[in-house]
Design a protein around this ligand. Structure first.
Ligand code: WQD
Length: 375
């Protein structure tokens, strides 16, 4: 039996998902955090967690800590409470990394209430449970989409939040709620005891764990570019790539995004937790600001759609044919991060290269042509 009593317990909501599972691996590999995953298993596979455990054993040996899973839906407040209760006797849950959410921009315009219920309502239930159980450290999974169409590229954190979809608004709202919770708590409690919040704004994560054991497994036809390219190359999707617009004000006319390796992004969450534990990132915070910070997690380098098609051709050997079609509603020309703040304060750098990202994505996809259960 592995002794995990010295590890800090971190609740990871949505820990079976693409980013969540890579966060779980990163937490395990630190040897200091014990991830407890809650997930409703709707858009994810429990198999992902077995893979996380396997990777931890491969890298740390047979005594590696193993992640725990509780099947909980964030809309059920009492079920969240139960998880906090379960671990209360063992020192309690120290922090939460909150990723569980609905995440399709287009769909959020069709069923906005579901998005507000799950993303906003779920986050409120989670923070209520945290307060009740004296768990006061939260890393929140936000998105570059909160910036809408930014005026300044690369985008600094000070850029105004003006999301253009219901999905983006849920992310901006939860950031605001978290900040309010931090302010209220800072007004009543000492700095040490106050609620601490960090929002991490993701740019475009891609790739997979380099072992090829863990990766992205979208349900149905992927809507995002990289998983779609990977599934086309492996023959799982028809190779009828449509490039949405080539008349944007960018070097080749196609949209530019800041793609970063999912393992770099995952490590950003570990750094955020470390920074909360250390406290330095709150040096300039006070009662009026609350102990709250927001950071961009990106590479700081923009890549166009055609750049990514070429990078995936190199990685997979697949000769993509594409057709240029009209712009996709809601796309903005360029979302490239200014990651300087995260580098300076968290020590974050998305150093893995574009080639590594595509190689790791292809490694996972070619080992799992039909998903996790097909290997
Ligand atoms: C990238 C580029 C498309 C598919 C979205 C969400 C964001 C997020 C990550 C959510 C765009 C183009 C795509 C295709 C194409 N996080 N494209 N043909 O839109 O930047 O970000 O996913 O949790 O919030 O908005 O990513 O991969 O969908 O698109 O030409 O078949 O590829 O137009 O320019 P996006 P994406």
């Amino acid at each position: 039996m592995v002794d995990t009593s010295s590890l800090k317990k971190v609740l990871v909501t949505g820990g079976l998902g693409y980013i969540g599972s890579h966060v779980v691996v990163s937490l395990l590999l630190t040897g200091k955090y014990l991830p407890i995953v809650i997930d409703n298993c709707h858009n994810a596979y429990p198999e992902a967690l077995k893979r996380c455990a396997e990777i931890a054993r491969d890298e740390l040996g047979p005594d590696a800590p193993q992640p725990l899973l509780r099947q909980v839906d964030l809309r059920e407040a009492s079920a969240i409470d139960k998880v906090f209760d379960e671990f209360a006797a063992e020192g309690g849950i120290w922090a939460v990394v909150h990723l569980a959410a609905l995440k399709a921009v287009g769909e959020s315009g069709e069923i906005p209430l579901a998005y507000y219920r799950v993303n906003v309502g779920g986050s409120i239930s989670l923070m209520e449970a945290m307060e009740k159980h004296n768990c006061k450290n939260l890393v929140f999974s936000s998105s570059a989409t909160v910036y809408g169409t930014p005026k300044i590229i690369p985008i600094p954190e000070t850029s105004p939040l003006q999301p253009e979809s219901a999905y983006g608004r849920t992310k901006a709202m939860v950031e605001q709620i978290l900040k309010d919770v931090c302010v209220a708590s800072a007004g009543k409690e000492s700095k040490d005891a106050a609620f601490k919040g960090v929002s991490v704004r993701y740019f475009n994560p891609a790739g997979a764990h380099p072992s090829g054991k863990l990766g992205e497994e979208p349900m149905g036809k992927p809507g995002n570019l990289l998983p779609l390219l990977a599934q086309m190359a492996v023959g799982r999707q028809k190779p009828d790539l449509k490039v949405f617009g080539d008349d944007y004000p960018t070097p080749d006319g196609t949209c530019v995004r800041d793609y970063l390796h999912v393992m770099d992004l995952a490590h950003g969450h570990v750094l955020a937790l470390d920074a909360i534990a250390k406290g330095d990132i709150f040096a300039n915070c006070d009662k009026s600001t609350g102990y709250y910070r927001a950071f961009n997690l990106g590479k700081g380098k923009g890549m166009s759609v055609l750049n990514m098609v070429e990078a995936m051709r190199k990685a997979s050997g697949f000769d993509y044919k594409y057709e240029i079609v009209g712009r996709r509603v809601g796309d903005v020309p360029d979302l490239t991060a200014d990651p300087a703040l995260a580098e300076k304060e968290l020590g974050f750098r998305a150093d893995r290269t574009l080639d590594e990202m595509c190689r790791d994505l292809w490694n996972f996809q070619s080992k799992h042509p039909n998903g996790y259960l097909s290997s």
